[in-house]
Design a binder for this molecule. Structure first.
Ligand code: ARG
Ligand code: ZN
Length: 488
């Protein structure tokens, strides 16, 4: 081979190496595109590679009558590699303008991917600011299991709600929509006067303003109200929410002083009162069982009956549809509050790890029952094994269709086994190690992974180490086993 060819080959190998490592040697950044997904086993296009978001600053101007949104998202992120371009997830809506570090950026869209090409490549480690002006009529996203998320109008045209498990948040703001990238949030919502806008975290200000001709004016007779919400603790984007409606708002404090903010659709207010009244006590109880409550506020959003076909553990402020009533309503609210420790603070590394959310939240229902004169967790476990619906009306479900830590596909991440058999896994551990070690494990898990992410493998390793027990049989039979487990 000719010397020059060899030299050219060597030079391009070095260039390739620089591009790979993000190291440039000189002043010129040679970035490469960030990945279009984080290769989640079930939602491979969810999230994006090459950066991690530190903070979202969303400014949403919403007209609940016309259903139109006009918004700006300012995303502060850190580049994890030198980037020539990067992706955000966004479904529907029109993107009007994108800037990166204040300079106009080119962008294009394919499917749910918004690709942004900054004027200048970004250095590895650089903290950069992307501003996106966008708007239109936000829509819902249909999940693999057929349920609806994203942006959903409230029954009776009373407003709308934005929810996002697992991927619906991309229907109302551009972002890195995978739980492995948590960030803090400022969510400012402008709505016509007379409407409430509720979101995650704490309400920093609520300001009435004269109209400015924006989207929110149409229904507000010219006046509008700006609600500024802040989530100072990290949040996975699937837990972000905004609800706009003519809610009845109540504020208070838990016995240990955590601010409570609840918003209830007017038609659900009277029926919701008894269970809502116990919310502060539930949060207090959770702190006793699971360790300190992980966030600086709590609450609940009760939407009109039928808005969503499920409840969601949106951070600090879960969303449910229809008044929670009786024991079932109490268990539902308790379930969503328990997720604040398990799911919201300790979030799954991938959507395959859902049982870490749902198994724990279901187990929390059993524990609440045990601590309040109802059947014990062991009795729930036995009822589930026997399909005894007298002890637990849910015991008749198909808990054994698949192993909780190995759902067959994306349509199964909210399937019954993830909840029921997931909870049974925890009771099996309790049976093996005894109460003292079991509760030390549960509290340790919440404390050691607080505001982080964890996988099933992290949990099984942690459980063995923390309890000093070999739990392999529990994992093999209850967590991963394809067969229906027999009574232990
Ligand atoms: N995580 C919610 C709960 O607390 C359920 C979400 C259901 N979503 C769905 N796409 N099926 O149980
Ligand atoms: Zn749940």
């Amino acid at each position: 081979m000719d010397h020059r060819v060899l030299r050219r080959l060597a030079a391009s190998a070095v260039a390739a190496l620089f591009a790979l490592t993000g190291c440039t040697g000189g002043g010129v950044v040679e970035g490469r595109p960030g990945a279009s997904g984080v290769r989640d086993p079930f939602f491979p296009k969810a999230g994006n590679g090459g950066y991690q978001v530190e903070h979202y600053d969303l400014d949403l101007d919403y007209d609940p009558v016309g259903g139109r949104l006009h918004a700006t998202a300012v995303i502060t992120a850190r580049a994890e590699q030198a980037l020539s371009s990067f992706n955000l997830d966004l479904s529907g809506l029109q993107v009007e303008r994108v800037t990166v570090q204040g300079a106009g950026a080119r962008f294009n869209r394919t499917g749910n991917e918004l690709t942004v090409r900054p004027a200048e490549d970004l250095r590895r480690g650089e903290v950069f600011r992307t501003e996106i002006d966008y708007g239109g009529k936000p829509k819902h996203v249909t999940d693999p299991d057929g349920s609806r998320e994203g942006w959903i109008p409230l029954a009776g045209g009373q407003g709308a709600v934005g929810v996002g498990e697992p991927v619906g948040s991309m229907a109302w703001f551009p972002g890195n929509h995978h739980p492995s990238d948590k960030a803090t949030y400022d969510i400012e919502v402008t709505v016509p006067k007379g409407y409430e806008a509720v979101s995650n975290g704490e309400l920093r200000s609520r300001t009435d303003e004269p109209g400015d001709g924006g989207a929110a004016d149409a229904a507000g007779g010219g006046g509008r109200t700006v609600f500024a919400w802040r989530s100072a603790e990290p949040m996975a984007s699937y837990l972000a929410t905004v609800a706009v409606g003519k809610f009845k708002v109540t504020t208070g404090k838990t016995p240990s002083g955590i601010p409570v903010h609840t918003a209830v659709a007017p038609g659900e207010a009277a029926a919701s009162a008894p269970v809502l009244g116990r919310l502060p006590e539930m949060v207090e109880w959770g702190s006793g069982r699971f360790g300190p409550y992980p966030f600086s506020s709590t609450g609940l959003i009760v939407l009109p009956e039928g808005t969503l076909g499920y409840a969601l553990e949106t951070q600090t402020r879960p969303v449910i549809s229809g008044a929670p009533t009786g024991e079932e309503g109490e268990a539902l609210v308790l379930h969503e509050l328990a997720h604040q420790w398990f799911g919201d603070s300790v979030s799954p590394k991938s959507w395959k790890d859902m049982w870490l959310n749902e198994g724990f939240a279901t187990y929390a229902e059993w524990l609440w029952s045990e601590d309040h004169g109802g059947p014990s967790a062991q009795q729930h476990f036995d009822a589930y094994l026997a399909g005894d619906t007298d002890v637990d009306p849910a015991a008749g479900s198909d808990w054994y269709a698949f192993p909780p830590a190995a759902p067959p596909g994306p349509k199964d991440i909210s399937g019954s086994p993830v909840y029921g058999r997931g909870a049974m896994v925890l009771q099996r551990i309790r049976q093996e190690v005894g109460d003292e070690k079991f509760f030390a494990l549960v509290r340790g898990w919440a404390a050691d992974h607080r505001h982080g992410n964890a996988s099933t493998a992290d949990f099984t390793a942690y459980a063995q180490e923390k309890t000093g027990h070999d739990l392999k049989k529990v994992w093999d039979v209850w967590l991963y086993g394809k067969e229906r487990p027999k009574a232990p």
